[in-house]
Design a protein around this ligand. Structure first.
Ligand SMILES: Nc1ncnc2c1ncn2[C@@H]1O[C@H](COP(=O)(O)OP(=O)(O)O)[C@@H](O)[C@H]1O
Ligand SMILES: [Mg+2]
Length: 234
């Protein structure tokens, strides 16, 4: 679903990504782990063309992403749930969810069907549907952000640090939900500083350090590599 080869990207004079290769299959969850400042957010922003890569090629669902804007890619199914959730605090939960479908030109009954599906998936959002997004707890806001992403009908869902500041129980619920969606063909890129957690749910992981991929392997091997945990993740 995603194939990136030889990606270089910079922000001002800082090279944030250097020679990054990455691939994610249909129905696969890839964890991207690394310390603060490693380049994880920059990687997701580059895959979305928010940062335009200096060099390298990215294909999404078999098509080159070059020249496409982030919102076009999102409409095609490359959906990004940014770090810090970025829900709209003064809109209701329901309207935050409907925002996810705003640019998709869906018929009204399809929008309602998707909304009902999200309410089934996350009953707490149904219970809060009329409340403003800003009044939700941090965990509920993260569910809302993920759910809004799912409203877009993603082929690839990219999540930036969903665990940040949240109780483990809620994070497990969210990741378990996404895990189940893999069976329907959803691919996930899970960016996390919480490496052990991310490797628990993902199929494969790659470790970023100073904008470079230092290790890539299946998640079970990475989890069992104490040298890796000591060397790169702390
Ligand atoms: N807007 C920005 N302006 C300048 N430097 C930035 C900006 N965003 C990120 N950086 C730098 O780019 C590098 C990678 O950051 P980032 O991708 O946010 O890492 P991570 O998400 O892994 O914490 C860091 O050195 C960071 O300081
Ligand atoms: Mg980040």
């Amino acid at each position: 679903m995603i194939q990136a080869k030889g990606i270089y990207a910079r922000i001002g004079s800082i090279e944030v990504l250097s020679q990054v290769d990455l691939h994610v299959a249909r129905g696969e969850m890839l964890a991207v782990i690394g310390a603060n400042g490693a380049g994880k957010t920059s990687l997701l922003r580059t895959l979305s063309n928010i940062i335009i890569p200096e060099k390298g090629e990215i294909h999404f669902d078999g098509k080159p992403t070059r020249g496409k804007q982030a919102h076009e890619l999102a409409r095609m199914g490359l959906v990004h749930v940014p770090q810090g959730r970025q829900i709209i605090p003064n809109l209701s939960v329901r309207d935050n969810l409907l925002l996810g479908t705003h640019y998709l030109n869906l018929p009204a009954d399809e929008k309602s069907a998707r909304l009902e599906k999200e309410f089934e998936r996350f009953p707490v959002l149904k219970a809060r549907e009329g409340i403003s997004g800003g009044a939700l707890s941090g965990g509920e806001q993260q569910m809302l952000a993920v759910s809004r992403g799912l409203m877009m009908g993603p082929k690839v869902l990219m999540l930036d640090e969903p665990s940040l500041g949240l109780a483990p129980k809620i994070v497990h619920l969210i990741l378990q939900t996404l895990n189940e969606l893999k069976a329907e063909g959803l691919s996930v890129i899970l960016v996390e500083q919480a490496a052990v957690l991310a490797l628990e749910y993902s199929d494969r992981g790659l470790v970023l350090r100073n904008g470079k991929v230092v290790v890539e392997s299946d998640s079970v091997s990475l989890r069992n590599s104490q040298a890796l945990v000591d060397g790169y993740l702390t």
